[in-house]
Design a protein around this ligand. Structure first.
Ligand code: MN
Ligand code: MN
Length: 466
């Protein structure tokens, strides 16, 4: 047997030269800025539309209202309620013949304020939260937190809120118990030590001077919110306010090889998909980058992938090319499509070696991660891509020098998870999970390798540029 018969995935840092390493690092500088600006799904959509317009993208509404037909090579975006987004580059082949789609999500686990959040207790003013997505609750205590979101005032105006990101801003905070008094807490299960109703955020502690007022600290907080945003207590009812970790994305490691930041699930795939489609001009097949909301809570709602917003967008595109929209054409467009479900995966963690099968695990620095299936307990809920499609993907990546690896989410029966892959597969499209491997997924600070981030971008670019 020849040694070349022994297969193993390559180590990225070992094979790139100095110049390529510089390009990788430069790419990640811009990525970190995107993370800092895009702490919520709304901010991500805003940021991407701004850049897309500079790159020649036009709102689909302009075509619809102008009764303008779309031409080959045109770049179009569809904004779904400011929380989800689709970008299209019209291909030389008809849409009916299928699209190449990279589909990521831009929502991340966080704490949402309850509709009636503000209260006073123990000489403090606090905010009640309801967590969003799969979090380990204890990780959200004793770290600096920021507040982002919008509320609709009585005049129907949308007001943006952002506190806790500037150097000079105050931050917010959730307490944990001091070790001296943690006897009972220490005996609890990790998942029970901090409860959902215990995730209350400190927002103030100075009382107002008015003698007549009963809850003076709460009142003072309301007064300050009114000063800053003209916000009244009732406006919390018409708000979407998210509590997220405060602060900027950072390099991790003395060699600066890793990025540490909040929200890399799944903004790392969103950013790389976005950068990839900005590079695409005159593809053969229509190229699509899709950024969905609500993945972390089951892809529900009218901005989640289970809604029909993407299907409707494709229907609009077809109707802008043809006189009559034939339902069959829409169905063909979707079922002939090929999709990279662009979501992060778990990388091997030397602190927790027991949860992954080392022979089928992803490692940081070995490139973009392709997962044939996700799911849990016997692949339940998984898309499980076809071998034929895997073969096609392998050829695309190998021909374009994309360093990639295969990995399972975890050991059989250890747990699992899902992505939006199954939803697009429901239309008959070929779908495979393909994204960046992470350490500490869903934690307030997640870790990714700069090499893998760059390879994710290269992979999406190679896939879309066909
Ligand atoms: Mn994800
Ligand atoms: Mn997730």
């Amino acid at each position: 047997m020849n040694t070349s018969d022994v297969f193993s995935f390559q180590k990225g840092w070992e094979i790139i030269d100095k110049k390529k390493k510089e390009r990788v690092f430069e790419f990640c500088q811009d990525y970190k800025q995107f993370l800092d600006r895009g702490k919520t799904e709304r901010k991500c959509v805003e940021e991407m539309i701004k850049k897309a317009k500079l790159n020649g993208y036009k709102d689909i509404k302009e075509y619809i209202s102008g009764k303008e037909k779309i031409q080959i090579g045109e770049k179009i975006y569809v904004n779904q309620k400011g929380k989800a987004l689709a970008l299209f580059v019209i291909g030389q082949e008809s849409i009916e013949s299928g699209m190449n789609i990279v589909a990521a999500h831009i929502d991340s686990p966080r704490l949402d304020l309850k509709p009636f959040p503000l209260y006073e207790d123990g000489e403090l003013a606090l905010l009640k939260t309801h967590y969003y997505g799969g979090i380990k609750k204890y990780q959200w205590t004793t770290i600096p937190l920021a507040m982002h979101g919008v509320f609709i005032n009585k005049n129907g105006e949308k007001i943006d809120i952002c506190i806790g990101e500037e150097e000079t801003d105050p931050v917010f905070y959730i307490t944990d118990l001091l070790p001296h008094l943690s006897k009972n807490q220490n005996e609890k299960k990790l998942s029970d030590a901090i409860t959902g109703e215990g995730l209350n955020v400190i927002i103030g502690s100075i009382p107002c001077e008015d003698e007549e007022i009963k809850e003076k600290i709460k009142y003072n907080v309301l007064h300050l919110l009114y000063e800053k945003y003209n916000m009244e207590e009732e406006d919390f009812l018409t708000a979407e306010i998210e509590i997220v970790p405060s602060g900027k994305a950072r390099d991790v490691g003395i060699d600066r090889s890793l990025v540490g930041a909040y929200g890399q699930d799944d903004r790392v795939c969103a950013y790389t998909a976005f950068k990839a489609i900005l590079n695409i001009d005159h593809p053969a097949q229509t190229a699509v980058a899709l950024f969905a909301d609500k993945e972390e809570i089951g892809s529900v709602g009218n901005t989640g992938m289970q809604s029909r917003f993407f299907e409707n967008a494709v229907a609009e595109l077809i109707s802008l090319q043809e006189i009559n929209l034939v339902d069959l054409k829409l169905r063909r467009a979707l079922s002939n499509s090929k999709v990279l479900s662009a979501d992060v995966g778990a990388a091997f963690d030397p602190n927790f070696p027991d949860v992954l099968d080392k022979r089928n695990a992803a490692f940081l620095g070995k490139g973009v991660l392709v997962s044939k299936y996700t799911g849990a307990r016997g692949k339940s809920g998984s898309n499980d891509a076809n071998a034929e499609f895997l073969g096609e993907i392998r050829n695309i990546f190998n021909n374009q020098n994309v360093l990639w690896q295969i990995g399972e989410l975890g050991k059989v029966d250890q747990g699992g998870g899902g992505t939006i892959a199954y939803i697009l597969a429901g239309y008959g499209a070929e779908v495979i999970d393909c994204g960046t491997p992470l350490l500490s997924m869903h934690a307030p600070m997640e870790i990714a390798s700069k090499f893998d981030i760059y390879m994710t971008y290269k992979a999406y670019n190679a896939f879309l540029d066909r």
